[in-house]
Design a protein around this ligand. Structure first.
Ligand code: FPP
Length: 257
């Protein structure tokens, strides 16, 4: 009879972080489609905003995980253009959470060296939400450890149309020629101008879709689908995703030597 092997001891966050550091190749930019708040709340027989509130705590854990792992940029899809079509109670709960997140976290983010940028159709935000967004961007401007991009009222196709319009305006004004429209010129007119493309795109809750997020920027991102619902996605799950990324063979259309 075979002796029973002891069950493997699950690795701790510290162990995973040590392995990430030994490997060294940390993704510079991680983008996340935070999904599953509603299902997380439903499993607990709670209303959907309860899931969003718990999702806000996961945002803190992941920001701290990125700081520890040495990730330079983190992009979070917090509210899509389509999300405006959700019931009014859920939309207003999400907007209040955004204000609360900024009120609670802005000073700590600044102390931790996190520079927050908020991107999307911000003209649709309520006056208090828009003021909070302005404030957090201004207060954290000097952060040099982690760039945190929050995408709110955002759609990838709308971002591409906006970039095309900006190019057309520059051509019309004589600042740019049609021949001068190349990938670099296009990239400069995206919300993420000056920020490297995501190396790793994570989506939680097991869904396998891009959902109109960063359509241009994720062209060569490694995709990582986690079955974990967003409110449960903390440092451990983030580190597992980074370790998975470190095992990938990124070829960018070329062949491995
Ligand atoms: C998707 O889950 C999540 C959202 C639409 C909102 C994300 C918001 C947060 C994580 C909290 C606020 C964050 C900040 C930065 C203030 P879903 O509602 O579509 O979940 P479901 O697919 O299970 O229904």
């Amino acid at each position: 009879m075979c002796p029973t092997l002891p069950a493997p001891v699950p690795e701790s966050e510290t162990d995973l972080l040590a392995r990430i550091r030994v490997h060294g190749a940390v993704p510079r930019h991680i983008a996340i489609i935070m999904d599953g708040n509603g299902r997380w709340a439903r499993e607990r027989h709670m209303p959907r905003p309860f899931g969003h509130r718990s999702g806000m705590k996961a945002v803190r854990a992941v920001v701290e995980g990125c700081l520890d792992a040495g990730v330079e940029w983190l992009s979070l899809f917090a509210f899509s253009q389509e999300n405006w079509q959700r019931p009014e109670t859920e939309v207003s709960a999400l907007m209040s959470l955004l204000e609360e997140y900024i009120a609670r976290e802005a000073s700590e983010l600044r102390e931790q060296g996190v520079r927050v940028r908020v991107h999307g159709d911000l003209g649709r935000l309520s006056a208090p939400a828009a003021a909070a967004v302005e404030r957090v961007m201004r207060d954290t401007e000097g952060g040099d450890k982690l760039g945190l991009n929050l995408f709110i009222s955002y759609g990838g196709r709308a971002e591409l149309v906006r970039a095309a319009r900006l190019l057309a305006i520059d051509v019309q004004a004589g600042r740019l020629t049609v021949d001068g429209i190349d990938e670099a010129a296009f990239r400069e007119r995206l919300f993420t101008a000056g920020c490297p493309d995501p190396d790793l795109l994570i989506r939680t809750s097991g869904e396998q879709r891009l959902s109109n997020f960063l359509l241009w920027q994720v062209a060569y991102a490694e995709l990582y689908i986690s079955s974990v619902l967003w409110p449960d996605f903390g440092r451990l799950a983030l580190f597992e995703a980074i370790l998975d990324f470190q095992r990938r063979d990124r070829r960018f259309g070329r062949v491995t030597a």
